[in-house]
Ligand binder design. Sequence first.
Ligand SMILES: Nc1ncnc2c1ncn2[C@@H]1O[C@H](COP(=O)(O)OP(=O)(O)OP(=O)(O)O)[C@@H](O)[C@H]1O
Ligand SMILES: [Mg+2]
Length: 242
Amino acid sequence: MCKSNIVTSQPPLITTDAVSYQANGKAIVEDISMSIHKHTLTAIVGPSGSGKTTLLMLINGLLSPTSGTVAYKGTDILELDMPTYRSSVALLFQEPLLIQGDGRTNMLLPFEFSANEPKTPSDDDMQKALALCKLPAWVMGKDVSTLSGGEKQRLCLARTLLLQPDVLLLDEPTSALDRRTEDHIVDLIVNEAKERTVVCVTHSRQMVQRASTIYAMMGGRLVSSADSNGEVDIEDFLGGSP
Ligand SMILES: Nc1ncnc2c1ncn2[C@@H]1O[C@H](COP(=O)(O)OP(=O)(O)OP(=O)(O)O)[C@@H](O)[C@H]1O
Ligand SMILES: [Mg+2]
């Protein structure tokens, strides 16, 4: 199922064409065809185990489709230089990926490995990214093992924003947040989508309501039309209270 408000003559930035992925003989995602347009926010919803993370990893090139194609600007991503592609189309993992040390060490981590040798961010850049994610500057000097789950999640988001990718692939970026902080991060992500392109796996009602396109997954597939309009009730895919 895809609900989209996009009216554009521009070709999509990213397409998946009949993408399937199997692991250990099991179909994890099946026959996914979707179009992601520049400067839009696409929400991907679906129950636990429906294949959302796997789909983001296929789009990011961390997994290769068993069949079908992921294309970026019209080129099969398998033909692209992967490190360069991944620095343009950055994935924020569902679980915060942090190493031992303080916030600064963790924020600088991707810059040690980046393909494009981007300018290492200054303390000021890092503070701004933290502030955008409603985190205080002292997080830079704080041992990350002492941060809360929601703080770790936002530290990872701030780190991904610092990379300034063209496309942000976000895997449940507000799952550990209280409602007020969630609202703030949703505002931030909606804002980012104006100048980048954002694909966000989410259970957040606020995020879904503000997305320009919504894809719903179930059992590894995009949910096919349950009625003649091709619509299914998005409420079935959201957790929490309105
Ligand atoms: N390498 C693998 N081998 C076997 N099964 C796998 C593999 N990777 C994922 N799966 C299974 O595929 C299904 C989809 O996993 P995925 O992580 O994509 O789901 P998800 O929609 O992101 O779920 P959640 O909302 O809980 O994060 C799950 O049942 C998972 O256990
Ligand atoms: Mg997941």
